[in-house]
Ligand binder design. Structure first.
Ligand code: P1T
Length: 377
């Protein structure tokens, strides 16, 4: 089936009682059992929920995976990934990831005996050099948040296969509409469904997708044992949202391309980073492993004062954490999403005080450009 047909139908179960076309919100914490050990396959809300199962099947289908495992947030799904390894194990991770990913690994799980090597995974040699005897996982974000640096998923998956390592790809920025890591050889795809998959800034959620039986079994166990599961209502909202993922992503992409091109002509913008621009150092890789460039643009305005001026003048584009919603948002990574990354690390990565990250929404692009134009003036 085509992407949109799957998005609209996969995992959707007409209600067996009434035939309701929309999967209901099974808002229940438990289920009646006919006798001891006799039930309909549903025992307790943390373990089983049909709205959640529908969402899991839906997103797994879009990612070309067999199994989807839903979580209460993107970070809860990252916690589950860390449950695939144990104290003394080592992970190689992209040096520029979402600040919260850095925080849970370096500032929390390191104290539980996990080791992390933070490397620039845009050069796969750095990954090979960082792999040690106790390495179990290579974890990449591509494009990275917020520098939009790319990693060659196929090349990393090949390294992982050869050395029996688990390759995890955070596909939050691209969504399966533009990038399918499992088809490129990755073992697990990770999402903050808070972002494009839900797309309306009204749900916090996470999802893991895999084709690997054993990894699925362990993740399913962790989902229930840790208990960071999403509510039935949040699953229902996200299930509703994936139906329009294709049309939204096309518009995010078209708007972002136009805005990135517009910003590239403005001298105020010292550096415009967007994988769709020829000036992006990995534009060729972007064309190879992605079928679009997404809705995220990062712009360096030179210094904090300039960045503050832009922030204060924008009217339609709103200053806020998060991304991937229909409304355009603006973020100052150094003080917001990446505040838990030490300043010297941020400086090394290019997350300067003058850097602003645009999550380009699907409003009329003329209005967005007019908003930016009046702010730059
Ligand atoms: O916020 P949460 O749903 O827990 O997802 C965490 C997460 C994971 N991976 C990526 C690439 C992310 O961008 C995020 C969350 N990011 C933001 C809140 C942000 O504004 O960048």
């Amino acid at each position: 089936m085509g992407f949109s047909t799957d998005a609209i139908h996969a995992g959707q179960i007409p209600d067996p009682t009434t035939g309701a076309i929309t999967t209901p919100i099974y808002q229940t914490s438990t289920y009646a059992q006919e006798a001891l050990g006799v039930n309909k396959g549903f025992e307790y809300g943390r373990t089983h929920n049909l709205t959640r199962q529908s969402l899991e099947k839906n997103i797994a289908t879009l990612e070309k995976g067999k199994y989807g495992i839903a979580f209460a947030s993107g970070l809860a799904s990252i916690q589950a990934i860390l449950g695939l390894v144990k104290s003394g194990d080592h992970l190689v991770v992209s040096d520029n990831v979402y600040g919260g990913t850095y925080r849970i690994m370096e500032l929390i799980y390191k104290d539980y005996g996990l080791e992390f090597s933070w490397v620039d995974t845009s050069d796969t040699k750095n990954i090979e050099n960082a792999i040690k005897k106790n390495t179990k996982i290579v974890y990449i974000e591509t494009p990275t948040n917020p520098m939009l640096s790319l990693t060659d998923i196929q090349a990393v998956a090949k390294i992982c296969k050869a050395q029996n390592l688990i390759c995890v790809v955070d596909n939050t920025f691209m969504t399966p509409y533009f990038q399918k890591p499992l088809l490129l050889g990755a073992d697990v795809v990770l999402h903050s469904t808070t972002k494009y998959l839900n797309g309306h800034c009204d749900v916090v959620g996470g999802m893991l997708v895999t084709n690997d039986e054993k990894i699925h079994e362990r993740l399913r166990y962790l989902q229930n044992a840790i208990g960071a599961v999403p509510s039935p209502f949040d699953c229902w909202l996200t299930l509703r949202a994936t139906k329009t993922l294709a049309v939204r992503m096309k518009q995010h992409n078209a708007n972002a391309m136009q805005i990135a091109e517009y910003l590239s002509t403005k001298s105020y913008a010292k550096k415009v980073i967007y994988p769709g621009l020829k000036s992006h150092p990995q534009h060729e890789l972007a064309k190879k492993q992605m079928s679009g460039f997404g809705g995220m643009i990062s712009v360096d305005f030179g210094n904090l004062d300039n960045a503050k001026k832009v922030i204060s003048k924008l009217k339609v584009i709103t200053l806020a954490e998060s991304l991937g919603g229909v409304e355009s948002l603006l973020c100052h990574p150094a003080s917001m999403t990446h505040a838990s990354v030490p300043k010297e690390e941020r400086d090394k990565l290019g997350i300067t005080d003058g850097l602003l990250r645009f999550s380009v929404g699907i409003e009329d692009v003329e209005d967005l450009i007019a908003d930016i134009e009046q702010a730059l003036k």
